[in-house]
Design a protein around this ligand. Structure first.
Ligand SMILES: [Zn+2]
Length: 112
């Protein structure tokens, strides 16, 4: 892997190191990361990001397959029932509030 030291947006210099990466409680192993000596911000290079994606996929936390959902009318509102596979993979059964916004013409995003 080619290692280039890009500057950090804070103006600091980025250094490489190997570190144990944990994302969504999934141990992704020891990966190459870049970190800023000045602000402490860490960046995952593409190669490491791919490994993280793969690990999360293995654990059903990334790119859970598309599921069909139905829009239920409830008065003027629409109720959307989310498939259990998605809710349990995301752990959103514990979450009470989120934000929704359109993204493009046929898509919307829910953030929580
Ligand atoms: Zn920085």
């Amino acid at each position: 892997m080619k290692k280039i030291n890009y500057p950090c947006p804070c103006g600091g210099r980025l250094k490489w190191k190997k570190e144990k990466i944990v994302r969504d409680e999934i141990d992704c192993g020891i990966l190459d990361i870049e970190y800023c000596e000045t602000c402490g911000e860490e960046y995952l290079p593409d190669e490491s990001l791919e490994i993280v994606e793969m690990k999360l996929k293995e654990n059903n936390l990334w790119g859970v397959e598309r599921k069909e959902v139905q829009f239920w009318k409830s008065g003027k509102s629409i109720v959307l029932r989310l498939p259990t596979k998605i809710t349990s993979a995301l752990g959103i059964n514990k979450i009470k509030k989120g934000y929704v916004y359109p993204e493009g013409k046929n898509k919307f995003v829910v953030e929580f």
